[in-house]
Design a protein around this ligand. Structure first.
Ligand code: FE
Length: 339
């Protein structure tokens, strides 16, 4: 009798689970490499507006491997990550599907989304040049190309050339100048390094503060983070943030973004969430949380970001940057940039 009862209970649970996971459920499941504090407030706003619950699994590593392992049985509908390289990785692993939506096409400029709709940008971040207020003249460092000027010998700091942020910048140099010129440029930058590439973007600004070097490469949101961190504000105060190549193609930018998983069980809800995230309220919240720029051109950046000045972004499609990443990585190895 006991066995019979527990069998009925198990069956009922199973049916209930199937039921709630079927078309009747009103939820969407997100795998996120982005930290919960960045996205949770926006997902809450979405739930209030749509009645659709958002379940988030956050991890620093391994989500795409998990998605692959789970295959058709994965509960994930959307994956959130930063950098075009990581978005392309999930495309190349065949873990996502293309989708089209007039809202998404209207809100997200074409250079920041995949032509096949397999990834979409949500925020942009510049690869800026940080310049010592005391020891360098802004007029002398206006372009990425200036980084190879022998005048800067021993005065530049950067993280590894193989880091996705630098690979994307190098890929954009290949796209604009061709492999040969890009190679000479990168050799020139290497010749100007004050020390072997090491640390993260903020560590380079710290090194400028400490007099190790005068110029560094770094994403713009780290400037906001340093200004808001009592232990790091003096690093930020030692530098200007600059937006290179304003007189020509514009500053290189990368994105944070999202992709619809291949087997998304709640596809319609997922697309609703994607559309919500491309609109004004979410764009404002999402970009302000991490000192990034809204990808939607009709949404203004935060006051702090506006205080750093307006700038023009390079409109080279990020899909082209993505295609040149491998070539960029080989180039970094070939010239021994990190050695
Ligand atoms: Fe970062």
């Amino acid at each position: 009798m006991q066995l019979y009862k527990s069998l009925i209970f198990t069956t009922t649970c199973l049916i209930l689970t199937l039921f709630t996971n079927s078309a009747y459920s009103s939820e969407v499941n997100v795998y996120s490499y982005r930290q919960p504090f960045l996205i949770q407030p926006i997902f809450d706003a979405f739930t209030r507006e749509s009645g659709i619950d958002v379940n988030v699994v956050f991890a620093k590593k391994g989500l795409s491997e998990r998605l692959k392992r789970e295959g058709r049985n994965s509960p994930a509908d959307l994956i959130f990550t930063v950098d075009i390289g990581r978005l392309i990785d999930v495309v190349n692993k065949d873990l996502v599907q293309g989708t089209s939506s007039t809202t998404l096409s209207n809100n997200i400029p074409s250079q920041y989304r995949d032509p096949e709709g397999k990834w979409f940008g949500l925020t942009t971040r510049t690869r800026s040049i940080y310049v010592s207020k005391e020891r360098a003249n802004l007029a002398d460092i206006q372009r990425y190309e200036d980084l190879s000027n022998p005048a800067w010998k021993g005065r530049i700091c950067t993280r590894s050339g193989k880091h996705p942020y630098n690979l994307a910048l190098i890929a954009s140099m290949i796209a604009h100048h061709g492999e040969e010129k890009a190679t000479n440029w990168l050799k020139g930058v290497k010749a100007n390094l004050a020390r072997k590439p090491q640390g993260n973007d903020r560590a380079q600004v710290k090194a400028i503060k400490e007099g190790v070097c005068d110029i560094s490469l770094g994403n713009n949101y780290y400037y906001g983070k340093m200004l808001n961190n009592p232990d790091q504000v003096e690093w930020a105060n030692a530098v200007h943030i600059t937006f290179p190549n304003q007189a020509d193609r514009g500053t290189h930018v990368n994105i944070s973004g999202m992709a619809l998983t291949k087997h998304a069980p709640n596809k319609a809800n997922a697309i609703k969430l994607m559309e919500f995230l491309s609109k004004k309220l979410a764009q404002k919240m999402y970009s302000e949380q991490n000192f990034e720029y809204p990808v939607n051109p009709s949404v203004e950046p935060s006051g702090l970001l506006q205080s750093w000045g307006n700038f023009k972004s390079d409109i080279l499609p990020l899909s082209e940057v993505a295609n040149l990443r491998k070539q960029a990585a080989k180039l970094v190895d070939r010239i021994g940039f990190d050695e």
